[in-house]
Write a protein that binds this ligand. Sequence first.
Ligand code: NA7
Length: 545
Amino acid sequence: MTERTRLSAADLDLVVIGAGFSGLAMLHRARRSGLTTRVFEAGGDVGGAWYWNRYPGARTDSESHYYCLSFSKELVDEWSWSERYASQPEVRRYLEFVADRFDLRRDITFDSRVTSLVYDEQAAVWTVTTDSGEQVRSRFVVTAIGLLTKPNVPDFPGLADFAGELLITSRWPDGADLAGKRVGVVGTGSTGVQVVPIAAETARSVTVFQRTPNYVVPAHNRALDAADVADLKRRYLEIRDKARAHSFAMPFEPGHGLTADFTAEERNRIYEEGWATGGFHFLFETFDDITVDEEANESAAEFIRSKIREIVEDPETAELLCPKGYPYGGKRPPVGHHYYEAFNRDTVELVDVSRRGTPIESVTPAGLRTADGREHALDVLVLATGFDAITGGMDEIDVRGRNGRTLREEWAAGPTGFLGFGVHGFPNLLAISGPGSPFANIPVCLEKNVEWIGDLLDHVDREGIDSVEATEEAAADWGRRVHDAAFATLLPRGESVNTWFLGANIEGKPFSVGVWFGGANVYFDVCDEVAAQGYPGWELTSRRD
Ligand code: NA7
């Protein structure tokens, strides 16, 4: 950044919070613009979500060749994925490789959690304070903290008195061993679905406490051979462009059309193909109306139920595992690795802790007590209970914008913001994957966010601008569009089953559509257009004006 625009009151041009996928990409982009940048990371190394979520079975639900960064051809050429869906250790190694390849660590301070951000309007500078007491003043702050940062730990009575080992999946300690133990798993979201089959391989018993069953489609993971890897590297630009043109940012083919246009037999053949291909291909490449049409959704949902009944030998268990009463996609659907098959083991038991079943009453020193008075004896209690998503991470930081207004106040009724990037009243604070940005394949989305922010900061530099702020009107208008886009689909019906992208999984959190469901591709176009038109919806001010 040129001296002309750099204010003497600031130590830095940019502070980035978080050193996961987005923080690393942002730091690299900021260096290209010549910005003096520091990254603060709460973890002990790079990785973000992939640093913390070390539970057994953790891996990507998207395929590795598009769950990665594409901004550098060298990165693509020099890194080879070993599996179709990368395991957590491999993703972590990848991000370490990214950090080393671009010598990023020298600008990152680890074990350093940002606790407050205070804006000085006169100087147009943020004071950033960390839990070690360090303070820096920076012109811009970019939050790269991800959507799923703050663990949700239910307040079960007696939890503190549990005499066994309590393990929270997103804070999994190295070396925790489930072999030979009686393991209880609370939660059957994407995380629980990954933990259960792996735990079942070695534990003495696994008791799965399920409140809401999910629609789990098998991943069909496999090793990638040299020919696969060479092919993916050769096609990487084509893959990236295809992902950017897709509504969920995945390099997928369109579906076959509308469900009702096909006979029952033809539908079944298409579902079978989708099931055999695996993962999100089932949702996005079978029919195009699954997320918007009730009958189409129910048809796909019933196919999944038929598969559960086919796989799970005990009919009662199969029935309990069948999701009912909410649409497929109303909760983010997990991708399974022999999940339903795990319930055919004698050592795995499913306990229905929904209101219709036997809800969890308390944790006792010896295990977990359900409403029928039964005490499930446990050596290890695993909480796969999700996150205070989207806003939880920012809520932990004391953010004070113009006139001392806090972000907690601003977001009391639900998060606001323009394009997910900026909140009115909080100038020069920009977010990657902020509220109102797409919920889709994250690396593709965050890379577009990083490019956009990088271009905005270049524009600021060129034009001698000191302060960048989303206008109230633009934020309100985008909020309406986010709401309407979601309500054009069946997805808001997930509220009845505690869906996190609606804030419904945290007691007392206001209902709010926290993510853009109008298509990642549409969002990218809107962002490009805003940049091309000189940033309408943003107030760009120079103190020299
Ligand atoms: P999720 O998808 O929010 O799942 C959390 C699970 O924990 C879910 O099954 C919850 O049941 C269950 N849960 C939460 N609180 C309780 C209590 N108090 N009692 C019983 N069960 C409870 O989190 P994940 O970590 O699995 O996945 C998060 C995202 O990571 C995922 O969507 C992907 O984007 C990657 P519920 O459904 O609320 O009845």
